[in-house]
Structures are given as C-alpha cells and as structure tokens.
Ligand binder design. Structure first.
Ligand code: FES
Length: 114
C-alpha cells in the first residue's frame, strides 16, 4: 500500500474531475456527489488522456470521442450499452479503466496507486 496525496478536496467540487500526471502514471479524480473516485487517466479507446473529462452522475465522459466509464467500477458504459456484445473490434476498445483506492483525510485526497 502506497498512498499518495494528490489534492485537496476543495480542488475537485462535486460533479467535477481533475487530471494528474505522476511520472509514468496518470490519474483522474472524480467527485460524484461528495464521494471521491480515482481511475487511470488514459482512455482505453485510443489511449488519449482523460484530462477535461466531464462527469454525468456516475459516468465519466472521455473528451475525445465520448466513451463513458462508471467511476464506481471503471467499466465501460458507452458504447458497450448500444453495440452488440460480440462485436470483436468493439471488445478491444471497451476495456475498463483501472480503479484506485481513495482515502480522504482531513481534507486531503490520498490515492493508492499500487
Ligand atoms: S480516446 Fe476516449 S473515447 Fe476515444
């Protein structure tokens, strides 16, 4: 377990996200109604950064082509929910985002990047 302090809670108000580069890793923090989530910061669709991603309730919307991910699980929501599940090319593109454990202590947001 290697918790790393990434931000103050007030930097990411409810409904907002913030993108971080930490050496070779990227992380996006998302505040859904006061609950903070941390996910890998690169979208598996075309490996673009999730910097500027918008949060629609529990769905993180990639700014590049609008793939959407559930911040609670990292699972792809769109386009998986509208295309046939057995479409081989789609399966390569709808991999989940890695999720990281988050702790909020005294207003600081700590993330376990292991
Ligand atoms: S890179 Fe994220 S939707 Fe295409």
């Amino acid at each position: 377990m290697a918790l790393q302090k990434l931000a103050r809670v007030e930097e990411i108000p409810p409904g907002r996200t913030k993108f971080f580069r930490l050496g070779s890793k990227t992380v996006v923090l998302a505040n859904r109604a006061g609950q903070m989530y941390a996910l890998q910061g690169i979208c598996p669709h075309r490996n673009n950064p999730l910097e500027g991603a918008i949060l629609w309730d529990h769905l993180l919307d990639c700014p590049w082509h609008h793939f959407q991910y559930d911040v609670r699980t990292g699972e792809n929501h769109f386009p998986r929910n509208v295309y046939p599940a057995d479409l081989p090319r789609l399966q390569e593109q709808v991999r989940p985002l890695k999720t990281y454990r988050v702790e909020v202590k005294e207003g600081d947001v700590w993330v376990d990047l292991e």
